[in-house]
Write a protein that binds this ligand. Structure first.
Ligand code: ADE
Length: 228
């Protein structure tokens, strides 16, 4: 998979890809990340990428031309399955969207800044608009990093244990059950006996029950969505 990220502050995106699982995924060539500085696609010596909004009002708007130049150049080099715009008014990111995107070959992620981009960018280039939650960030970069993390960890070979992404919370619309590790007794706080019984079918049943119970307590909305 290849991900091209377009931003006015690509430096924000350097560290998330430079540690732990994402770094290893890049080193193992399971994913390529290419950062593009939008200012490299400006025509003037001021490297202007934003301007006042037509009709008046506070805040600057990202201009269409540098974005068009950057996206059009990338599109001459390869086919892109998705061109995503990170914005608080997009569809809220969930596991299903991450699963879908993990099956794509090439995607572009455009990070918004200031008031956002000229609407014509959204109308003519963007195939999907994604928000990472109902709050406003100072730019789309951190959202793009969250999206990339959620997608890349699903790629085959990225996680050490291939099955572990399948047992994540949300993967079957249930939260994950409680987990424990050694010691079995810490200061009198004991691990549920079933987990040390060695009875695998019973452990599985217990985990399913716990996942359901936890979801009903913490996120009943997920069960309602599931039943609909
Ligand atoms: N840009 C600003 N706020 C955002 C959000 N909540 N999600 C994605 N991109 C954003």
């Amino acid at each position: 998979m290849r991900i091209d990220i377009i931003s006015v502050v690509p430096a924000i995106l350097e560290s998330p890809f430079n540690a732990s699982i994402l770094k290893r995924a890049i080193e193992k060539k399971l994913v390529e990340i290419h950062l593009h500085n939008l200012r490299d696609y400006t025509a003037d010596s001021y490297k202007q990428i934003d301007d006042y909004q037509f009709g008046g009002g506070a805040g600057m708007v990202m201009m269409i031309e540098p974005i068009d130049k950057c996206i059009s150049k990338l599109k001459t080099e390869r086919h892109y399955d998705e061109i995503i715009y990170m914005t608080p008014d997009g569809k809220t990111l969930n596991q299903q969207t991450a699963n879908e995107l993990s099956l794509r070959k090439n995607i572009i992620i455009l990070c918004g800044h200031y008031k956002g981009v000229d609407q014509r960018v959204r109308d003519h280039f963007i195939t999907r608009e994604i928000s990472i939650g109902d709050y406003v960030l100072s730019g789309g970069e951190l959202g793009a990093a969250v999206l990339c993390d959620a997608v890349i960890r699903l790629l085959p070979g990225v996680l050490g244990n291939e099955t572990s992404a399948l047992t994540d919370s949300f993967q079957d619309n249930l939260l994950a059950p409680p987990i424990y590790t050694r010691p079995a007794n810490y200061k009198g706080w004991e691990v549920p006996e079933i987990l040390t019984s060695g009875n695998t079918p019973k452990i599985e049943t217990w985990r399913e029950e716990q996942a359901y119970k936890r979801t009903a307590e913490k996120r009943p909305d997920l069960l309602r969505d599931f039943e609909e």
